[in-house]
Ligand binder design. Structure first.
Ligand code: B12
Ligand code: SF4
Length: 441
C-alpha cells in the first residue's frame, strides 16, 4: 500500500511569449486598465474531492515560484492549451525525482494521448469522480494511464471548493491586479460556436448547482474575509432566466459584488437586470465577438450569434441604465476582417461607452474551426500550443498578417483605455448610477 500524505496541485504560468507585448500596454494604461488574477477553481474543486487526511497545497505559478524540491507524494497539474508546454516541463522536474504526476484540464481532455507522453495519469473531462478513484488505485498500485469521466458530473452533488487553500496573502501582495475569487453555479452551453470547446466538454444541457450549495460557497468565501470581487465562471450565468432569477434573489442578502459572463439577451428582461443590480452584479462580460454580421455567419449552426448583432446597441444601453457595466469581448481575425476592422471596433466600443477585451481568433484543438483550418492547411506550425494565448495570429489570414494583428490589438487597448476615453465612459455612467438606489459597492 502506497501512502499519499501530501499532494501539490499546480497551475502552470499562463504567460506565453506572444503575450509579452501586452505588458507594455498594461504599464502605459495601468490607471485605467488593470489585469486580473484569479485562483484556479479547478484545483480548488479537485482539492475538495481529495480525502481530508491528505495535505493539499495549491500552487499558482502566476503568483509564486514552484519549489521542485518540495516533498510531494503526488503532483496534479491543470492546463489550458497555452499552458501545456510549461505543464510538461514541470511534470519532467517532478518525475525526475520519481514523484508521480497527474494532469487534467481542457488540454489533457482534448489531447489525452499527447499528455500521456509526459505524465503518469491523464484525466479526460470532469474529474470529481475519477480523481478519488485514481487516488485509491494509486494507493493500491493499480493506477491506469488515462481516466475518463464516464458521465457528466451531477452538479447537485458538488462539494464546496477548498477556498481556504487559496494563498490569499500572496494574491494580495500583487499590486495593480484585480483579485477575483471564482464561483461556479452552472456548467454547459446550448450553443455551438465554431471556435469554442465548451459544449463538447461540458455538454449542451445546462447543469445547475443547488441554490443552497452556491449560498454555502459564498458564505465560505465571506467568512475567509477575502477582499475580492466574485467571478462567476459560468460561460453564461443567465442562460436560464428562471434559475438565475432565483439565484439572484438568494444573493441579495449576501452583499457581494460580482462579475458574470452572459449574452445580450439579458437586456430584454428588465426583472433580471433589476435583480442583477440588487444582488451586486457590477459588470457583465458579453461575447459580442464581431460587429460584422458576415463574420458571424456560420459561427453557430443556427446563426444564433449573427442574429443578435442588431440588438447590441440597444441591449448595451439597457444594461448600463440598470447600473451594470458592460464589458465586451471582441475577436479579430474572422474572414471579413482587414486593417480597417480595428478602427471599426474602437468606434463601436468607445461610441457605446463600454470597456472590452480584444483577442485574435483562436481555433483551439478540439473545436470545429480547428478541424476546418487544419484541413485547409492554414496553420504555420503543426504544434503551436504556446501561440494559443489569444494574442497572436498563428494561421494564414487573407487580409491580416501576424504583425498587423498583434500591433492592432495593442493599439485597440491603448485607444480604449487612454485617459480621454476612460473619462468618457465614466461621465456616461455616473449620472446613470445616481438615478439608482444605492448599494454596497
Ligand atoms: C473561468 C474561466 C477563466 C477564468 C479563470 C478563473 C480561475 N482561475 O479559476 C479567467 C477569466 C481568468 C480565464 C482566463 C482565460 N481563459 Co478561461 N475559462 C474559464 C471557464 C469559463 C471556466 C473554467 C472553470 O473554472 N470551470 C470550473 C472548473 C471547476 O472546471 P474545469 O476547469 O473544467 O475543471 C474540471 C476538469 O477539467 C478537471 N480538471 C481540471 N484541472 C485538473 C487538474 C487535475 C490534476 C485533475 C485531476 C483534474 C482537473 O477537473 C475539474 C473538475 O471536474 C472556461 C470555459 C469552461 N467552461 O471550461 C474558460 C477556458 C478554460 N478559458 C480559456 C481561455 C483560452 C482563457 C484565456 C487564455 C483567454 C484570454 N486570452 O483572454 C484566459 C487566460 C488568461 C491568463 N493569462 O490567465 C479556454 C481554454 C481553451 C484551451 N483549450 O486552452 C476555455 C476552455 C474557454 C474556451 N473559449 O474554450 N478563464
Ligand atoms: S463561445 Fe460562449 S456561447 Fe459560444 S459555445 Fe462557447 S460558451 Fe457557448
Amino acid at each position: 500500500m502506497k501512502r499519499i500524505r501530501k499532494i501539490g496541485l499546480i497551475n502552470p504560468t499562463t504567460y506565453t511569449p506572444s503575450e509579452k507585448h501586452m505588458y507594455d500596454m498594461y504599464k502605459r494604461n495601468i490607471s485605467n486598465y488593470k489585469p486580473y488574477l484569479s485562483s484556479p477553481l479547478n484545483l480548488l474543486t479537485i482539492a475538495a474531492h481529495t480525502p481530508r487526511d491528505i495535505d493539499v497545497r495549491i500552487i499558482d505559478e502566476n503568483i509564486e515560484q514552484i519549489d521542485f524540491n518540495e516533498n510531494f507524494d503526488l503532483v496534479g497539474l491543470t492546463a489550458m492549451s497555452q499552458q501545456a508546454f510549461r505543464a510538461y516541463e514541470i511534470a519532467g522536474h517532478f518525475r525526475n525525482r520519481n514523484i508521480p504526476v497527474a494532469m487534467g484540464g481542457i488540454h489533457a481532455t482534448v489531447l489525452p494521448e499527447e499528455a500521456a507522453g509526459h505524465v503518469d495519469a491523464v484525466f479526460v473531462g470532469e474529474a470529481e469522480e475519477s480523481w478519488p478513484a485514481y487516488l485509491h488505485d494509486l494507493k493500491t498500485g493499480n493506477e491506469k494511464k488515462i481516466y475518463r469521466n464516464e458521465k457528466l458530473f451531477a452538479l447537485d452533488k458538488a462539494l464546496t471548493p477548498r477556498y481556504e487553500l487559496i494563498p490569499y496573502d500572496l494574491l494580495k501582495s500583487k499590486d495593480n491586479y484585480i483579485r477575483l475569487i471564482p464561483v461556479e453555479a452552472t456548467r454547459g452551453c446550448p450553443h455551438d460556436c465554431s471556435f469554442c470547446i465548451v459544449p463538447e466538454y461540458y455538454g449542451r444541457t445546462l447543469r445547475k448547482k443547488s441554490l443552497k450549495q452556491i449560498v454555502e460557497e459564498i458564505r465560505t468565501i465571506k467568512q475567509l474575509k477575502y477582499d475580492s470581487l466574485v467571478l462567476f465562471v459560468d460561460d453564461n450565468l443567465f442562460a436560464s432566466h428562471p434559475y438565475s432569477k432565483a439565484l439572484l434573489r438568494e444573493l441579495i442578502p449576501l452583499k457581494i459584488n460580482y462579475i458574470a459572463q452572459t449574452d445580450i439577451r439579458v437586456a430584454s428582461d428588465p426583472e433580471l437586470l433589476d435583480l442583477a443590480y440588487r444582488s451586486g452584479c457590477v459588470l457583465m462580460l458579453i461575447g459580442f465577438e464581431s460587429i460584422d454580421t458576415g463574420n458571424l455567419e456560420g459561427i453557430n449552426r443556427n446563426n444564433w450569434k449573427m442574429k443578435q448583432v442588431g440588438t447590441y446597441m440597444d441591449g448595451i444601453k439597457k444594461i448600463q441604465k440598470s447600473g451594470i457595466l458592460v464589458f465586451g469581448s471582441f475577436i479579430i481575425g474572422f474572414e471579413n476582417d482587414d486593417s480597417r476592422t480595428f478602427e471599426k471596433i474602437r468606434d463601436f466600443v468607445v461610441g457605446n461607452n463600454i470597456s472590452a477585451h480584444f483577442t485574435i481568433l483562436t481555433a483551439l484543438p478540439g473545436c470545429r474551426l480547428y478541424e476546418q483550418m487544419k484541413r485547409e492547411n492554414k496553420f504555420f506550425r503543426d504544434v503551436f500550443w504556446d501561440d494559443l494565448s489569444f494574442y497572436t495570429l498563428y494561421f494564414k489570414h487573407p487580409n491580416i498578417d501576424r504583425e498587423m494583428a498583434e500591433k492592432g490589438i495593442v493599439w485597440l487597448y491603448d485607444e480604449v483605455y487612454n485617459d480621454e476615453n476612460s473619462l468618457k465612459r465614466y461621465r456616461h455612467m455616473m449620472p446613470l448610477f445616481k438615478e439608482l438606489p444605492e448599494r454596497w459597492v
